[in-house]
Design a protein around this ligand. Structure first.
Ligand SMILES: NC(=O)c1ccc[n+]([C@@H]2O[C@H](COP(=O)([O-])OP(=O)(O)OC[C@H]3O[C@@H](n4cnc5c(N)ncnc54)[C@H](O)[C@@H]3O)[C@@H](O)[C@H]2O)c1
Length: 432
């Protein structure tokens, strides 16, 4: 099928921010340009809606068997689905609030993908005995009201607030297992960074949860390196909600602490895409670090990356708001991930090896069971770009994937000059 749509010059036009136009990096500036002024309103691509993945329909309201678990104004019961590094910190944050607030049951169940530790003990048993996730968050007490549970069905059975926080590649299987087991009026929130790419197009993890389980799903993203929040250093996060502000406020109540400030915005896709796409930019930042190119280059890569994040998000979902990119989930998460995240760290090692060592090998060696998201996301993004004919509009995203799969050397991260600008896309209408 072919679609014809007009492209708006203010989003995809010649660059205004690159003044000298002489470096190889600035040569990509003409491809996608936008202004970060909150005062400028940029009209978006109305006819692009034909190409966009529609936001998931509102969750069908389900018949609830028990009065107590159906209304968020009654005591809510929370389960965390996931128990990695961030999952454990999320459990700690949530448990401190459920313990203190009357509107929540004290106990927080945390589903654990069971594993046997080198000592021969089950991880779940050790968490319940020591109140610590010794593998993914050693040295941090989770709160006595956190109960680790290796049985997924049991962990979710009485909960009416579900927090999903696993690496995104496992979510399809988790949702399949949960279908039919979620009872009553349940609300979900996803802390997961990543997307699924299907033949019909990309699907955000919150949409996967909504569609598979028939429940509304908000998202929480932000500049949140888990280990720093675990030791209660001040940070911020953004909740993206769809329509119901009351639900957003309930999530804010559940996650907020004096050291973790949570702001709700009505932009699920914008918040989630920020959290997802910044991992691709973090790989680029890691390549720059590995090649010892310095701070100016890294800042340039981050700026170009942010510009591509915004353009890509808006091409996929016209509802995405510019202001979302100024929230914690946007520029702040991009900065922290490019300075300190695991994707940056492994990409740095990959570049130092001259691209000779595989990401799988480096992940296994450097992350002790934690998962890299950026490499998979770069592949997913690349599939969307090539399927839709957008590769030349997103040279940074495309190059990151090509480096990851060994088609380009790490140094290609700053060599955009041979990537030709697709004039039709930049100047006027484009055909797909
Ligand atoms: N760690 C952070 O600093 C951080 C911060 C913000 C967001 N996130 C996001 O949170 C999500 C979860 O990351 P994390 O840091 O909690 O996890 P992690 O990478 O630390 O740990 C991996 C988790 O996956 C589990 N697992 C392994 N195989 C599995 C399988 N087959 N099925 C289900 N689970 C399996 C492991 O038991 C472990 O709990 C990711 O989307 C990540 O991008 C992480």
């Amino acid at each position: 099928m072919r679609f014809v749509f007009p492209l708006n010059r203010s989003l995809l036009s010649s660059s205004s921010s690159s003044t000298n136009g002489t470096t190889s990096i600035s040569s990509i500036a003409p491809f996608i340009s936008f202004h970060f002024s909150p005062f400028l309103s940029i009209s978006l691509f109305p006819s692009l809606s034909l190409l966009m993945a529609p936001p998931p329909p509102p969750a069908p309201s389900q018949q609830h068997p028990h009065e107590e678990t159906t209304n968020l104004s009654h005591k809510s019961k929370v389960t965390i689905v996931g128990s990695g590094n961030w999952g454990s910190v999320a459990a700690k944050l949530v448990a401190s609030n459920t313990f203190n607030l009357d509107s929540f049951h004290d106990e927080v169940r945390m589903w654990v993908f069971e594993e046997t530790l080198p000592s021969g003990e089950k991880l779940t048993d050790v968490i319940n005995r020591t109140n610590e996730n010794v593998k993914y968050l050693p040295g941090v007490k989770l709160g006595k009201n956190v109960i680790a549970d290796p049985d997924l069905d049991n962990a979710v059975k009485d909960a009416n607030m579900l927090v999903f926080v696993t690496p995104h590649q496992f979510m399809d299987a988790i949702c399949k297992r949960l279908v039919g087991n979620i009872q009553g009026d349940v609300e979900a929130i996803s802390l997961i960074k990543g997307m699924e790419v299907k033949r019909e197009g990309p699907s955000m993890i919150s949409s996967l949860i909504s569609e598979k389980l028939g429940i509304n799903c908000s998202v929480l993203m932000g500049a949140n390196i888990a280990n720093e929040i675990a030791v209660e250093n001040f940070s911020e996060a953004t909740i993206g909600y769809r329509e119901n502000k009351e639900i957003a406020e309930k999530w804010v109540q559940l996650f907020s602490t004096p050291y973790f400030i949570v702001t709700p915005v009505q932009d699920v896709e914008g918040v989630e895409l920020c959290g997802t796409l910044k991992n691709v930019v973090a790989l680029a930042a890691g390549f720059v670090d590995g090649l010892e190119m310095g701070n100016n280059t890294k800042a340039a890569i981050m700026r170009i990356g942010l510009r591509e994040m915004r353009a890509f998000s808006k091409l996929l979902f016209s509802s995405v708001k510019d202001s979302t990119f100024f929230e914690s989930c946007g520029v702040a998460d991009l900065i922290t991930t490019c300075l300190g995240g695991r994707n940056r760290k492994v990409a740095d090692a990959f570049a130092k090896s001259g691209g000779k060592r595989s990401f799988d090998e480096l992940e296994a060696e450097m992350l002790q069971g934690q998962k890299l998201q950026g490499v998979l996301t770069a592949k997913d993004v690349y599939e969307v770009l090539s399927h839709r004919g957008w590769l030349e509009l997103f040279p940074l995203f495309a190059t990151v994937h090509e480096i990851c799969i060994g088609h380009l050397p790490p140094s290609a991260i700053v060599e955009y000059s041979d990537r030709k600008c697709k004039e039709t896309l930049v100047e006027g209408s484009a055909e797909f």
